[in-house]
Design a protein around this ligand. Structure first.
Ligand SMILES: [Zn+2]
Length: 195
């Protein structure tokens, strides 16, 4: 299994590139709407903070997104090894819990990425619905329109910790539910890999 792009059923929301100042606003909406999500964080953004413990305490998942958001398929084996190892160590030191899922930046990976991730018992996770939230800072409704138009049971939705994503998250959740879909929590990834 080179990478996971879908889950058995339900919809899993994932948020990349944090932890950032937008974690708390995102958590507040997720809590109010009773949705569990998965956060893929960068080693370089970590610092002990309230938001990190709150993410875990509220039942969300945390995975690695590398250390410096480097495009791994452009790197040598040794450079990739450093990115993956250092981000895992930094995250585990921070959250005091094992990291088992890794999302390569921009979803770009090669045979080395797969081999290195496997050596660290990490499962690579991509997505099958890109929200393009980073491209729609000035027209955030477009983000929800795009996701709702494509999402289905089993989807992993790629979102980011961005202000426009905070703006549309509540309507996005409501509209996915109006389509008759339920949300899956972080355990959906465990099920996917048979843990
Ligand atoms: Zn990213």
């Amino acid at each position: 299994m080179p990478s996971i792009t879908q889950i058995p059923s339900g919809v899993l929301l994932t948020f990349d590139d944090g932890p950032s100042e937008y974690v708390i606003p995102l958590l507040n909406i997720l809590k109010r709407k009773h949705v569990m999500a998965f956060f893929f964080w960068l080693g370089e953004n970590l610092s002990p903070s309230q938001s990190i413990s709150q993410v875990l305490a509220e039942g969300h998942g945390i995975g690695s997104h590398g250390f410096h958001h480097k495009i791994l398929s452009d790197l040598s084996y040794q450079e990739q090894y450093w990115e993956i190892q250092q981000s895992k160590v930094a995250l585990e030191n921070c959250i005091q819990s094992p990291i088992r899922f890794f999302r390569p930046p921009n979803g770009r990976m090669n045979e080395d990425t797969i081999a290195i991730a496997k050596s660290f018992h990490l499962h690579c996770v991509r997505w099958n619905i890109g929200s393009w939230d980073w491209a729609h800072a000035h027209d955030p409704d477009t983000i929800a329109d795009h996701v709702v138009g494509h999402v289905s049971s089993g989807s992993i939705v790629l979102l980011h910790e961005l202000p426009q994503t905070v703006i549309i998250l509540e309507q996005l959740i409501d509209r996915i539910r109006e389509k008759g879909l339920d949300f899956a929590g972080p355990e959906a990834l465990d099920l996917r890999v048979g843990l």
